[in-house]
Design a protein around this ligand. Structure first.
Ligand SMILES: Cc1ncc(COP(=O)(O)O)c(C=O)c1O
Length: 326
């Protein structure tokens, strides 16, 4: 057997230096103090990240760790079941690295996001067959597995089960918040894959031991054991319990309905002049409900993470024809 290294073997991997060029574009998102009577309410606007959402943290860290572990090489095909912010974040990063990325999406994809994915990815797979539960999640996962079987050089980022999803927030966003606040009493965090809440709750409890972590979910999501139901707004909620959740430190859970979420988005726009995505509206609604019945010190510091901005939701959450049918 010839064990002499080939020219390809001795080529230095350029993926990591190229990936690190993106780092200055992730994080350092602004924190705004909002008008609120029951305490000092702050929002951290993650829409200021490179691809427009909080998912840049997870995409960056998952890809970095996969390269370091030798799971991603220059010729790897990255695959993920997502039509939302995670797919967009991966599409930007893979394009930057020259890696092929195949997002597996379904007919519920936001039109603008589908356009962006087609611009950045040579192949986008759209499933159309509903699964046994009436949704598309299981069909999408099955399709991802088929693609991985077909291409031996593929890598599934698997955001629901990949521990580097929550570690991205433990090592990234969490310490950044630590530099922005001397004291925090409450953090309200929206949930889907539970990467954000798991990593942040671990880090924030270390930094602020008496902080109260409130998870905000949407009705119809099964994450906290409530029955499944239709969910029309992407980004918040899940049809299965994410693996990562078992490491989270959550003190309270709140559920909002789809129409409360929409109300929260419109209220946020009117009160604070911030056009935000659906999960931010859910958080804003939940915070008002929570503090309506709770007296807290006027000096309490309350933070919520706004995962994305509202422009992608103009056809839905901000469109009266759409939301009047809820
Ligand atoms: C708009 C929006 N809000 C909230 C979340 C929830 O974040 P996580 O998946 O880390 O629970 C996501 C995740 O994709 C999102 O896109």
């Amino acid at each position: 057997m010839n064990t002499k290294p080939t020219e390809q073997d001795v080529q230095p991997c350029t993926l990591i230096p190229r990936l690190k060029e993106i780092l200055p574009w992730i994080g350092k998102s602004p924190v705004k103090k909002l008008h609120f009577e029951q305490g000092n309410l702050f929002v951290k606007l993650e829409s200021y990240n490179h691809s427009g959402s909080v998912k840049d943290w997870a995409a960056y860290y998952i890809i970095l760790k996969a390269i370091e572990a030798g799971h991603i090489h220059e010729d790897t095909i990255v695959v993920e079941s997502s039509s939302g912010n995670f797919a967009i974040a991966l599409a930007y990063i893979c394009r930057k690295l020259g890696l092929t990325f195949i997002p597996v999406i379904d007919p519920n994809v936001n039109r603008d996001y589908e356009t962006i994915l087609h611009m950045l990815c040579s192949k986008v797979v759209k499933v159309r067959k509903r699964d046994a539960k009436g949704g598309y999640l299981l069909t999408r996962i099955e399709t991802v597995k088929e693609i991985c079987r077909k291409y031996k050089n593929s890598f599934w980022t698997n955001q629901y089960e990949n521990e580097n999803n929550y570690k991205a927030y433990y090592y990234g966003l969490g310490p950044e918040i630590g530099t922005q606040f001397d004291r925090l009493d409450y953090a309200f965090i929206a949930v889907s894959t539970c990467g954000t809440i798991t990593g942040l709750s671990m880090r924030l409890k270390e930094l602020y031991p008496s902080i109260v972590i409130v998870a905000v979910d949407v009705e119809g999501s099964v994450i906290f054991g409530t029955p499944p139901g239709p969910r029309l707004v992407p980004g918040i909620g899940a049809g299965k319990v994410p693996e990562n959740l078992r490491f989270a430190h959550i003190d309270e859970v709140m559920h909002v309905s789809q129409s409360e979420l929409v109300e929260g988005c419109h209220k946020m726009m009117k009160d604070q002049l911030i056009l935000s995505g659906g999960s931010t509206g859910a958080l804003y609604f939940a915070i008002h409900k929570y503090f309506k019945h709770k007296t807290t010190e006027p000096s309490a510091n309350i933070l919520f993470i706004s995962p994305d901005g509202g422009k992608a939701y103009l056809d839905t959450i901000y469109n009266p024809q759409w939301y009047s049918k809820l």
